[in-house]
Write a protein that binds this ligand. Structure first.
Ligand SMILES: CC(C)(COP(=O)(O)OP(=O)(O)OC[C@H]1O[C@@H](n2cnc3c(N)ncnc32)[C@H](O)[C@@H]1OP(=O)(O)O)[C@@H](O)C(=O)NCCC(=O)NCCS
Length: 177
């Protein structure tokens, strides 16, 4: 239905409140989905989520956020490039597959690959950065598979679910780095 940037399993489509907001509220308030995300853990209200949608849709030069849909138009998650710096050619990326029945089937990896292609070829960025808690095996594996590499670790960087956790810093560079 919605056109978008297409991969082998997913397409990245523009955010639409009517189509994606309810799922965002459901997924981001699901403790299982946010188990190892950097955000989460605070109740996310409809008002706050509407404001997030508004902000993402109003300032596409700073944040590019997409909904992830399957090629069959099923909405399964979100992915984005944030804090874009045109001067430095960089952006910070994040991905969430909210539909748990779609986990571990390659949808996340495909979404990251499409997003990287879009960031480098369409936006002209040169470096994408990401942070992943060491406990987030799925996210780490997904990013490594899609071309990111580990460049550092910060011990006990973030408080998450009862402990200060180590974070892994990853980058993906246009020219391979
Ligand atoms: C992290 C996430 C985006 C990964 O997406 P996904 O579609 O499940 O990942 P993929 O199926 O593309 O898997 C990528 C690799 O990770 C592996 N993997 C998937 N889930 C895993 C898990 N729970 N533990 C270990 N490895 C896992 C896959 O097997 C695959 O590797 P392989 O090809 O060698 O088998 C998704 O699980 C998710 O949204 N989780 C909740 C939110 C989150 O943590 N987001 C990231 C925030 S930093």
């Amino acid at each position: 239905m919605l056109p978008g940037w297409t991969g082998e399993k997913v397409k990245l489509v523009p955010l639409e409140k009517e189509r994606h907001l309810e799922n965002a509220l459901r997924w981001l308030n699901d403790p299982e989905v946010t188990q190892w995300t950097l955000g989460g853990d605070f109740p996310l209200t409809r008002l706050a989520e509407e404001e997030w949608f508004d902000r993402m849709m109003r300032h596409p030069d700073r944040d590019v956020a997409f909904a992830i849909e399957t090629l069959e138009d099923e909405h399964i998650g979100f992915t984005g490039i944030h804090q874009i710096s045109w001067r430095h050619g960089t952006g910070i990326t994040g991905t969430l597959i909210g539909r748990k029945d779609y986990w571990g089937k390659g949808y996340g990896t495909d979404a990251v690959r499409v997003r990287t292609r879009y960031a480098f070829e369409v936006l002209g960025l040169r470096m994408l950065l990401s942070e992943v808690l060491v406990e987030n095996h799925a996210s780490l594996k997904m990013l490594l598979k899609a071309g990111y590499r580990e460049v550092g670790r910060i011990p006990r960087r973030y408080w998450k679910r009862g402990a200060y956790r180590d974070v892994i810093l990853l980058v993906c560079e246009r020219d391979g780095g």
